[in-house]
Design a protein around this ligand. Structure first.
Ligand code: NAP
Length: 439
């Protein structure tokens, strides 16, 4: 074996991802050394409980519950504990001691990213985080490096595997949300507490990370508009299917022009919500727990990144790619590549976004109702593109279900108009309001 310079690599966390990273580092050490140009010595693995069951057997002598020596004496620190603390403090300490960092921690980066990048900048260190968005799919490097010379206009991503699994099953079998969620939990696709996934928190963290990179702007998590999928039911899925759509939980990051908000006219919107996607759109064919990120750039055009968004060994692939990059940089020397956030574009609230909508209403089936609904939409600056009416005959009342597809409308106008429809007396029930993306 070539006599490479030796780098000390420390691992914090040996759970689903960390244990696979350790196993691959130990198994493919020689090959990785040839690629990195440095021998990668795994010097220790910090965990909470030395006796916790692990997915793979790891050398007992590498495990420790005392991370201190690892944080001060390593060239590369891989953080795979998750959560905010002690991950944040450990990373800051390791950066202060001269290490480059590899992490998959989206929650931490979405909330404390600027603080960590600033600390790394101060000492010329680098933070690598390919696994923090969309697991094994290479998307961070394409946005940070490959597309650095282009202008990203829009990203539409399916970045949460659990919700995609649930929505895909609902679409295919006509099952209801609660039933599929229970199956997903039994199969290990969903956590016992599924809130982070089904309420869109996990996708919002990834959206903040992707938008920050794509638009060279630090996007705080609280600027991301977030809605989950718990209100999606079998009827909505069925109606979507009949209209040629599928419902997907999307992370949408978009460059907009909004002279009201920004003197340059340039703004961005970052949002997570379930939306109708046309069946022929590439994102509509993302099935199961897979992820995909569809990027539209000014010069490059449309690009699609697809694959496993989670999974211990799959995510370990992205982590190890970062370890090799960190090792190469460490060997080459010089300062790390900092985050580019100088564009500093304002993030607009959801009310400023324009998109198309599908509104489903229940109304009384009597003369004048259609005209009243059309009038309220027109007063609210929401113009009708398509309208489908189905009569539902009950015992003593006749109701009609209206499915209205709109032209592009501003979200604030749409929501005011839906409020006016609800209060009008002609609408019995607003069944659903869904955005349409990707057509
Ligand atoms: P995990 O299975 O819960 O493992 C966490 C590991 O960190 C465990 O080994 C645990 O020790 C250790 N740990 C937790 N808190 C600690 C503390 N206070 N001190 C010392 N060690 C501590 O997590 P994971 O699924 O591997 O995820 C790790 C990171 O990767 C997270 O940031 C996650 O968001 C990200 N990620 C995960 C996936 C995935 O598919 N799992 C995909 C993409 C990104 P014990 O083993 O002793 O309990």
């Amino acid at each position: 074996m070539t006599d490479y310079r030796r780098l000390r690599v420390a691992l914090l966390g040996a759970g689903a991802v960390g244990s696979q990273v350790a196993a691959l580092l130990l198994k493919h050490g020689d090959e990785l050394a040839d690629r990195a140009g440095a021998a990668l010595d795994l010097v220790g693995i910090s965990v909470r409980d030395l006796d916790a069951p692990r997915d793979v057997d790891l050398p007992r002598e590498l495990l420790t519950t005392d991370p201190e020596p690892l944080l001060v004496g390593s060239d590369i620190v891989i953080e795979l504990m998750g959560g905010i603390e002690p991950a944040r403090t450990s990373i800051l300490q390791a950066i202060g001691a001269g290490a480059d960092i590899v992490t998959a921690n989206k929650a931490l980066l979405a909330t404390h990213g600027p603080e960590l990048f600033e600390a790394a900048d101060q000492v010329g260190a680098s933070i690598y985080y390919e696994a923090a968005a969309a697991g094994a799919i290479p998307i961070i490097r394409p946005l940070r490096d490959s597309l650095a010379g282009d202008r990203v206009q829009r990203i539409m991503g399916i970045v949460n595997g659990t919700t995609n699994y649930i929505l895909d099953r609902m679409d295919r079998d006509g099952s209801d949300f609660a039933e599929v969620l229970a199956d997903a939990q039994a199969l290990g696709y969903a956590e016992a507490d599924p809130t982070a996934d089904v309420e869109g928190y996990d996708a919002a963290q990834k959206a903040a990370i992707l938008a920050s990179l794509a638009f060279h702007t630090a996007v705080p998590l609280n600027a991301v508009h977030r809605e989950g999928i718990t209100q999606i039911d079998a009827d909505m899925m069925d109606a979507a299917r009949k209209a040629g759509y599928v419902i997907k939980l999307l992370a949408v990051c978009e460059r907009l022009s909004d002279a009201e908000v920004s003197p340059s006219g340039e703004t961005i919107s970052v949002r997570v919500y379930p939306a109708l996607v046309p069946r022929e759109h590439p994102l509509a064919s993302v099935h199961g727990a897979n992820n995909a990120v569809f990027v539209q750039a000014e010069a490059a055009g449309d690009l699609m990144f697809y694959g496993a968004g989670a999974g211990g060994v799959q995510t370990a692939s992205a982590v190890l790619g970062d370890v090799v990059s960190a090792a190469r940089r460490h060997i080459a020397g010089g300062v790390g590549v900092g985050e580019s956030t100088r564009a500093n574009l304002p993030v607009v609230p959801i009310g400023h976004v324009t998109t198309r909508y599908q509104i489903t209403l229940e109304v009384e089936d009597r003369p004048g109702v259609l005209a009243a609904v059309a009038g309220l939409l027109s007063d609210g600056r929401v113009s009708i593109a398509t309208l489908e009416q189905t009569i539902v005959t009950g015992d003593d009342v006749h109701t009609a279900r209206l499915v209205i597809g709109t032209h592009t409308a501003r979200e604030q106008d749409l929501s005011d108009t839906v409020g006016a429809l609800s209060a009008s007396g002609v609408v019995t029930r607003v069944v659903s309001v869904l955005r349409v993306e990707g057509d």
